[in-house]
Design a protein around this ligand. Structure first.
Ligand SMILES: *Cc1c(COP(=O)(O)O)cnc(C)c1O
Length: 458
């Protein structure tokens, strides 16, 4: 088979600013060993997130010019609405400024103390919005998903036995919603199978629990179903996506992911009464229901992006480029989550830095090492992001200590990715010199964004 090439040409470029290792060491120290606090111009290859970092197409930029900025009833909204209705089959579409705004609205209405939201894995903002309402978020991930190095086709699946048991334990009346995240961002960008979604749907229907999809990466997940699930090889990704949404009562979406937009999101659903409550809240927090915190031009860019992401030449290149980096690392013996996910490569920091205990945040230590060595910005998805404290103020660590290298869509070329592999392999070879970290300052919620840390000297 020939090389799978980037299915685009480059029309406009942005410079990368180079710096030295000595300069980076000083920059990181000044940023308290938190790469969220570094200026982006000090980063060579920015793999912090695939969110809002996509390169828009020439068609999307043309759409930006066509955006109609009318306060009410803009044609850009109707194109946005129709596109989402066509792709998801969900009739009621509510624009928001990004995914977490959709979550805030939904959980303000459905959440509250004493309630449980069940999921394969809730993303950090989703969990935070649930907890902020006073409710509890519960992750019921399948067993395969908990073992980073053991390959399986659908490691994002929900554990349906655990779901049934949880419903018996807590009572369906206390579970306002089940949420399936596709692909499972916090669990390695791993896909969920159609079979699993159908089974969860069946359980939810039996207990009268609505099912929402956290749809940020619905196209990548649908492509994995086409590649890996029996019976889907000859079905278009568009049809697969439609089937996936057909089992849901609604979805939350960040258009900063699979819609190739730099900002935006939406809520979509079937229930008129719920949509009415959502729109009432939307007006006081986001904006009028036909723009919801977005400019008309953003609505256009999202509508165009949602159709572009379903292009299977694009999805083939996208999934292959993640697999390409994963394979290079596996061949060099680097512990990485397998198989490759849809949007990111996840290093298993617990195995990578086995000499650093979880109380010293091995994931964040690795993030710092990748920056110092090669100017690569990644993000810890482990105990810095998800850790909690018990009553004795001892750390309750996260289940996994991962470092995510999220690949922005249509932004970096193969030589950028080759460079990333070289840096990671070099850091791996010198891993014994890396030291753990301790937190010196933190916020009560989503602490990883602003926490200040320092290295532990021993
Ligand atoms: C990014 C993301 C969100 C939140 O969306 P924002 O646009 O960043 O607010 C929610 N869920 C998942 C799975 C995500 O990846």
């Amino acid at each position: 088979m020939k090389t799978i090439i980037e299915p685009f040409r480059i029309k406009s470029v942005e410079p990368i600013y180079f710096n030295t290792k000595e300069e980076r060491i000083a920059i990181l120290e000044e940023a308290y060993y938190n790469t969220f606090l570094i200026k982006s111009k000090d980063v060579l290859i920015d793999l912090l997130t695939d969110s809002g970092t996509s390169a828009m197409s020439s068609n999307q930029w043309a759409g930006i010019m066509q955006g109609d900025e009318s306060y009410a009833g803009s044609p850009s909204f109707f194109r946005f609405e129709e596109t989402i209705q066509q792709i998801t089959g969900l009739p009621l579409v509510i624009p928001t400024h990004q995914g977490r705004a959709s979550e805030k609205i939904l959980f303000s209405i459905m959440g509250g103390p004493g309630k449980y939201f069940v999921s394969n894995t809730l993303f950090d903002t989703t969990r935070a919005n649930i907890e902020f309402s006073g409710a509890e978020g519960v992750d019921l991930l399948c067993e395969e998903g908990k073992h980073p190095s053991i390959p399986a086709p659908f490691k994002g699946n929900m554990n349906t036995e655990a779901l049934k048991q949880f419903i018996v334990e807590k009572g369906a009346a206390n579970i306002p919603l089940c949420i399936i995240t596709v692909t499972n961002n916090s669990g390695g960008g791993q896909p969920v199978s159609m079979q699993n979604i159908k089974e969860v749907r069946k359980i939810c229907t039996q207990h009268n629990i609505p099912l929402f999809i956290d749809a940020c990466r619905f196209a990548e997940n649908s492509y994995f179903i086409k590649l890996r699930e029996p019976g889907y090889a000859n079905i278009s990704v568009r049809e697969i996506a439609k089937e996936l949404f057909s089992y849901s009562d609604g979805c939350t979406m960040s258009a900063k992911k699979d819609a190739f937009a730099n900002i935006g999101g939406f809520l979509a659903m079937r229930d008129e009464a719920l949509a009415l409550k959502c729109r009432n809240l939307l007006v006081i927090t986001e904006g009028f229901p036909t723009y919801g915190g977005l400019a008309g031009r953003d609505l256009e860019a999202i509508a165009i992006g949602l159709n572009e992401v379903l292009d299977e030449n694009y999805l083939q290149y996208r999934i292959r480029s993640i697999e390409y980096l994963t394979t290079k690392l596996v061949e060099a013996g680097v512990p990485v989550m397998q198989p490759a996910g849809g949007h990111a490569v996840y290093l298993d920091a617990k195995a990578f830095l086995s000499h650093i205990p979880v109380q010293q945040y091995p994931g964040q230590a690795l993030v710092c090492a990748l920056y110092n060595e090669g100017g690569i910005r990644s993000v810890e998805i482990g105990s810095l992001m998800f850790g909690k404290y018990d009553e004795q103020l001892q750390l309750i660590p996260a289940a996994l200590e991962l470092v995510r290298l999220a690949i922005p869509r249509r932004v970096y070329t193969q030589s950028h990715i080759d460079y990333v592999a070289e840096v990671i392999i070099e850091v791996y070879q010198n891993r014994s010199q890396i030291k753990g970290l301790t937190i010196v300052e933190e916020a009560p919620m989503l602490r990883h964004f602003t926490a200040k840390l320092k290295p532990i000297q021993n």
